[in-house]
Structure formats: structure tokens, C-alpha cells
Design a protein. Structure first.
Length: 70
């Protein structure tokens, strides 16, 4: 073990406390719900991308670029 990594070292204790606090904040952030406004924007962008895909593909082409022979 490295000399500065022991629990008796004040620097190591400070790093441990910082690590624990950062992990706690990260976990809290990851558990938060996505705001409704962002969810609506993502849905809008998905619909727009799907519409652009549909208009870029010829009318007689199979969906998602699949071959008719499959």
C-alpha cells in the first residue's frame, strides 16, 4: 500500500471523503427523472428523424433498408 493511502493520513481521509461525496452526488443525479420538457424534445426529434427517413426513401422501397428477398 502507498504511504499516503493510509486512513491515518489527513490527505487520504480528505480524498476518501471527496470521493464519497462525488459518488453520492453522481448517484443522486442519475436517479433524477428526465424533465418533461427534455422528454418532449427528444420525442419531437425522433419523429422528425423518422419523417426525414421516410421522405428520403423511395415509396416502393422496403422499410429500414431491408431487401425484399429476405
Amino acid at each position: 500500500m502507498y504511504p499516503d493511502m493510509t486512513e491515518s493520513n489527513p490527505s487520504s481521509r480528505a480524498r476518501t471523503e471527496i470521493d464519497e461525496n462525488l459518488k453520492r452526488i453522481y448517484d443522486e443525479t442519475m436517479n433524477q427523472a428526465i424533465p418533461d420538457r427534455l422528454t418532449a424534445l427528444l420525442d419531437q426529434l425522433r419523429r422528425q428523424a423518422a419523417n426525414e427517413e421516410d421522405t428520403a426513401r423511395p415509396a416502393d422501397a422496403p422499410p429500414n433498408g431491408l431487401s425484399e428477398g429476405l
